[in-house]
Design a protein around this ligand. Structure first.
Ligand code: PLP
Length: 472
């Protein structure tokens, strides 16, 4: 039987060093692993015991199973040829930040339960705000994901309609008109989920058509709001997307702003993916107009080399966010509460992870220029790949390429494109994902991994052409 208490310190040091070596080897050898897990559903479960071990096991045995069982069941997001969804990556300083955060194990619900987390978060998010060129009136707060950040933004917007929804709820209220949120047809599903979660119902969301470049049609937005108002609805929030999921298109925020202002609506900007690109000075124009937005979400865990999860909500009306969520029972009252920020006042969670630590370490280690240089290179690689597509009669571009994402397809039908994508993914040498644009299956190549170089982009181009020839 093991003694009581935690692992002894000698073992902790030994295993800790071994594990860092293990991670270093994992990164060194990652290109030998298939990007997409080459297993069938249920394969891992079948190899695992159905109940926990009765006696504790050695770390050596556990780490051996990491190699034997876990690694083969991983899809390797850190692989430099991971081009699917939005390619993202962790980084060494981010990993160290995550490790330290686990060691400190702070629950930053009140200032006093983690002054370091609370204050570092405020400072780091102000650094990031400056780097992105956002307005100083925007204060930041960290949540886990953009889905949750946007949910909180829409909850704050709802609080701002002054209909006593916090106190009286929404159901059984004949005095309450139908509240509506407006998004483009290309918006992320997280907004619809937020609307559902907040009890507004799917009919509380109106999807606005997009133009030929997949951007919200502003005239259609205006017409929809006016029509809804005539019908007695209460339009209260517009969600514009800067960097949509399918194509990275950018809604025309400068034109949307006056419409929101005219109707006293909250403008939330979903820049979950593209927001990071604003740290590159010559790309900062993607956030044009956002200086007048009410809130904006961006995800350092997408394109700022910070391990999942870390999403930032910038909000101009922290008072409304607090009004929507603050509830302080006796056991959480502290003498300093009027003078400090307490994270639990701004969301549904009580305890909060010390996420700012990893972002602080990433920002300090790479610096503003280092972060910008990496994102700039990803955008250059996306342009390079797009130029190969554009110059080839065998392929076509399906959308503009403003950042690090290329949407393209092989000339031919959907089944050819499907077989190309499956061929590439099954090879294990690269991973792509798809979308549907203008009713055509479209391949997406997203470049955002810190290890991706021109060679990887060149290799996937060769692989695509190989698969196209096989599919003909
Ligand atoms: N918004 C946009 C535009 C996205 O592309 C994504 C994910 O790709 C999300 C929101 C959701 O992000 P998260 O996984 O952080 O909730």
């Amino acid at each position: 039987m093991k003694k009581l208490g935690d692992m002894n310190k000698e073992e902790f040091r030994r295993v800790g060093h071994d594990l860092i070596d293990w991670i270093a080897d994992y990164f060194d050898n990652i290109e030998e692993l298939p990007v997409l897990a080459a297993i069938e559903p249920g394969d891992l479960k079948a190899k695992l015991p159905t109940s926990a071990p009765v006696q504790g096991e050695s770390m050596e045995a556990i780490i051996a199973d990491l190699d034997r069982l876990i690694v083969p069941a991983l899809t390797h997001w850190s692989h430099p040829s991971f081009f699917a969804y939005f390619a993202t990556s962790t980084s060494a300083p981010g990993i160290f930040g995550e490790l330290l955060s686990a060691a400190f194990d702070n629950k930053a619900m009140l200032w006093r339960t983690s002054p370091a987390s609370t204050e570092l978060e405020e400072v780091v998010l102000d650094w990031l705000r400056q780097m992105m060129g956002l307005d100083p009136g925007m204060l930041g707060i960290i949540y886990d994901t953009a889905s949750v950040s946007s949910l909180h933004a829409i909850a704050a917007a709802r609080e701002g309609v002054e209909k006593r929804i916090r106190e009286e709820g929404m159901s059984g209220r004949p005095d309450l008109p139908l509240l509506r949120v407006y998004v483009s047809e290309q918006s992320h599903s997280s907004i619809e989920k937020a609307v559902i979660t907040l009890g507004l119902g799917q009919r509380g969301l109106r999807k606005i058509p997009t133009d030929s470049k997949f951007r919200m049609d502003v005239r259609a937005l205006e017409a929809a709001i006016n029509e809804d108002k005539r019908n007695g609805y209460l339009p209260f929030c517009i969600v514009a997307t800067v960097g949509t999921t399918s194509t990275s298109s950018i809604d025309p925020v400068p034109e949307i702003i006056p419409i929101g202002e005219e109707h006293a609506m909250w403008l939330h900007v979903d820049a979950a993916y593209a927001g990071s690109a604003a740290v590159v000075p010559e790309l900062q124009h993607i956030l044009a107009g956002c200086e007048r937005a009410d809130s904006l979400v961006m995800n350092p865990h997408k394109w700022l080399f910070t391990p999942f999860d870390l999403s930032v909500l910038y909000c101009r009306h922290m008072d409304l966010l607090k009004r929507a969520f603050s509830l302080v029972p006796e056991y959480l009252r502290t003498p300093e509460q009027e003078k400090v920020r307490s994270g639990s006042d701004y969301g549904i969670q009580l305890g909060r992870r010390f996420r700012a630590l990893k972002l602080w370490m990433v920002m300090r280690y790479f610096g503003q220029e280092g972060l910008a240089a990496r994102i700039r290179e990803h955008c250059r690689l996306a342009q390079l790949f797009a130029s190969w597509v554009d110059e080839s009669a065998d392929w076509e571009l399906m959308a503009p390429v403003p950042l690090g994402l290329v949407c393209f397809r092989a000339a031919g039908d959907d089944s050819l494109n499907e077989s190309i994508m499956h061929g590439v993914n099954a090879s294990g040498r690269a991973l792509l994902s798809h979308t549907r644009l203008n009713d055509k299956l479209t391949l997406r190549l997203s470049i955002g991994n810190i290890r991706t170089t021109e060679k990887h982009v060149h290799d996937v181009w060769e692989l695509l052409n190989e698969q196209r020839r096989l599919g003909l």
